[in-house]
Write a protein that binds this ligand. Structure first.
Ligand code: PLP
Length: 341
């Protein structure tokens, strides 16, 4: 069982997304351990590619990568200044008036960013709340103000009227603001120059996921075959006897399951394991440590079958499980030995 992570593909994806927004700086979102791929490896690789603005969800995540990045790398914490958060060397993205006042009381003179809510209603200052602190925020740190004023799009991966509405709201709320502005994650970058402002914040596209269709694949996951057997017509495979052989079949059992982030919902059908370029349908239920597949049509069964490769990427596997590529990535288990190229 080997999870192979292609750091050169991550760097190439960063460079490709940077080229889509040539007049903006391109940041890098490395929250949730760089979408499950190991922030301690991924963040320095992205620094090498040229990223200088890194985003994490929690201060603790920022502390983990801080020693692995040079001093000119900025690490912004999307959850902002929560009480007790270890923010030394990090920049909180302040999401409310409460966070703003806490931060100014505890970190006077230190850099901060601000998030505005433009319609998603998840994080950020609402228009009235922003109006209340705006003058003080823009005048903070001897008139320097925030290092970034940002917002986040709810529907950037779709052609939705909410995108233009949020863009208008962001423009209105940041009129007269001279601090650098940021609105777009991966999806927003692809909506075009109007959405790119001064800094972009791609995450999933770096890791080979949609909506960045041109992304180079980043992960390959190979699962060793533990055993194969012949199953007669009418016999079943796996828990619940949910699959029955309609022909004499050869079944391979591989060493990974839902405990490794290969969701049990993959049992719904449609997922495949791959012997090179030959697909082998997943059959029966995915169990905790094991997956079964139909290898009848292979002339010989290799020692290992791929569940993620260039033919079946994170989004294809996610589709088979009824979820999104983000969740497949961040679920990838800790039991796999990882190899980085
Ligand atoms: C997760 C996140 C991103 C990155 O989003 P992707 O869709 O993965 O590119 C950017 N900005 C914020 C505020 C986020 O929460």
């Amino acid at each position: 069982m080997v999870l192979q992570i292609d750091l050169s593909a991550i760097k190439a994806n960063w460079t490709a997304l940077a080229a889509k927004a040539p007049s903006a700086r391109t940041g890098a979102v490395v929250k949730a351990d760089a979408y499950g791929l190991d922030a301690l490896r991924v963040a320095p690789a992205l620094y090498e590619a040229g990223a200088r603005d890194f985003f994490v969800a929690l201060a603790a995540e920022g502390q983990a990568i801080r020693p692995h990045l040079p001093g000119d790398a900025r690490i912004l914490v999307l959850s902002g200044h929560m009480a007790g958060a270890p923010l030394a060397g990090l920049i909180p993205v302040l999401n409310s008036a409460e966070q703003f006042f806490r931060d100014r009381a505890m970190r006077p003179g230190q850099p901060f960013a601000v998030q505005l809510d433009t319609g998603m209603n998840r994080l950020g200052l609402e228009p009235a709340e922003w109006a209340g602190i705006r003058t003080e925020a823009l005048a903070a740190n001897g008139g320097e103000g925030p290092v970034l004023v940002m917002s986040h799009l709810a529907c950037a991966d779709e052609d939705s009227p909410e995108n233009a509405r949020q863009l208008t709201a962001f423009r209105e709320m940041t009129q007269g603001v001279t601090a650098p502005r940021s609105l777009s994650a991966t999806g927003g970058i692809l909506l075009g120059p109007n959405y790119q402002f001064d800094l972009t914040r791609p995450g999933v596209g770096l890791y080979g996921g949609m909506p960045f269709a041109e992304a180079r694949p980043v992960v390959r996951l190979s699962l060793p075959v533990i055993q194969t057997r012949v199953v007669r017509t009418g016999e079943f495979v796996g828990y619940g006897a949910s699959w029955r052989a309609e022909r004499v079949s050869r079944v391979a059992t591989v060493a990974a399951g839902y405990a490794d982030g290969l969701h049990r919902a993959l049992s719904r059908g449609g997922a495949r394991l791959w012997a090179g370029d030959r697909p082998c349908p997943v059959i029966g239920r995915v169990s905790m440590d094991l997956i079964t597949c139909d290898v009848t049509d292979l002339t010989d069964v290799p020692d290992a079958l791929d569940i993620l490769n260039e033919r079946q990427g994170v989004d294809a596997l996610a589709g088979a499980a009824g979820t999104i590529g983000y969740e497949v990535l961040t679920s990838l288990g800790r039991r796999y030995p990882r190899s980085y190229i």
